[in-house]
Design a protein around this ligand. Structure first.
Ligand SMILES: N[C@@H](CCC(=O)N[C@@H](CS)C(=O)NCC(=O)O)C(=O)O
Length: 208
């Protein structure tokens, strides 16, 4: 049994999607980051940066923070979506999501979606970077079915919930044909639909 301590955000959804994909038994414990529950001492013991997601694997008596590390752990444990002979390439796309795509789109959410009109520089800067990310992903997906090659991997699982916020981004996902094809294909997966709705609120994946 895996316990997933999380909130309903792109980083949180990565892990519920993975758990659905690998069909592990899990239960979700909601951490209300709007009420600062991430700073509670019990949670901080598990997550030193006070961030969701965290998993506790009760079989192995281990807990993990950082979504990329969690995806790798679950990929290794299940033997799925993290093929041994593809790890060099999967790791690059996964780290690109962790170090670039997520943090930059996250800033775009802050300036463009949550706080429009407060800082023109920030709005323009992160809009431009986000647009560039769409172009770069689109280019990659013109050469490759999935981010790390022919197979759906944890790199796609990590990136998908961020592109699923495309309505907030206002960049126009439909203008990027290859990214749209990738997004639409992944959206159709039953495990992705289920994992996307991690709090079982009826949260549907936004259409293109
Ligand atoms: N690099 C971390 C980022 C996690 C992260 O940014 N989590 C956010 C929600 S998406 C959070 O917990 N924010 C609360 C806070 O920073 O106080 C990961 O991928 O796990």
């Amino acid at each position: 049994m895996i316990e997933l301590l999380t909130a309903d955000t792109p980083n949180g959804k990565k892990i519920s999607i993975m758990l659905e994909e690998i069909k592990f038994r899990y239960k979700v414990k909601k951490v209300n980051i709007n009420k600062d529950e991430q700073f509670e001492p019990e949670f901080k013991k598990l997550s030193p940066f006070s961030k969701i997601p965290v998993i506790i694997d009760h079989d192995n008596k281990v807990s993990l923070f950082e979504s990329g590390a969690i995806l790798i752990y679950l990929g290794e444990k299940s033997g799925k979506f993290y093929d041994k002979d593809q790890r060099t390439i999967i790791n690059q796309w996964l780290m690109g999501q962790m170090g670039y795509i997520g943090p930059m789109l996250g800033q775009h959410h802050q300036f463009h979606h949550y706080n429009p009109g407060k800082c023109e520089f920030g709005e323009k800067r992160y809009f431009k970077i986000s647009e560039r990310i769409y172009k770069e992903l689109n280019e990659r997906l013109s050469q490759s079915k999935f981010l790390a090659g022919n197979n759906y991997t944890i790199a796609d699982i990590a990136t998908f919930p961020w592109i699923a916020r495309h309505e907030w981004h206002d960049i126009g996902l439909s203008k990027f044909g290859n990214l749209t094809r990738w997004y639409t294909d992944i959206s159709k997966r039953e495990a992705v639909k289920k994992g996307y709705d991690l709090l079982r609120n009826g949260d549907q994946i936004p259409k293109v």
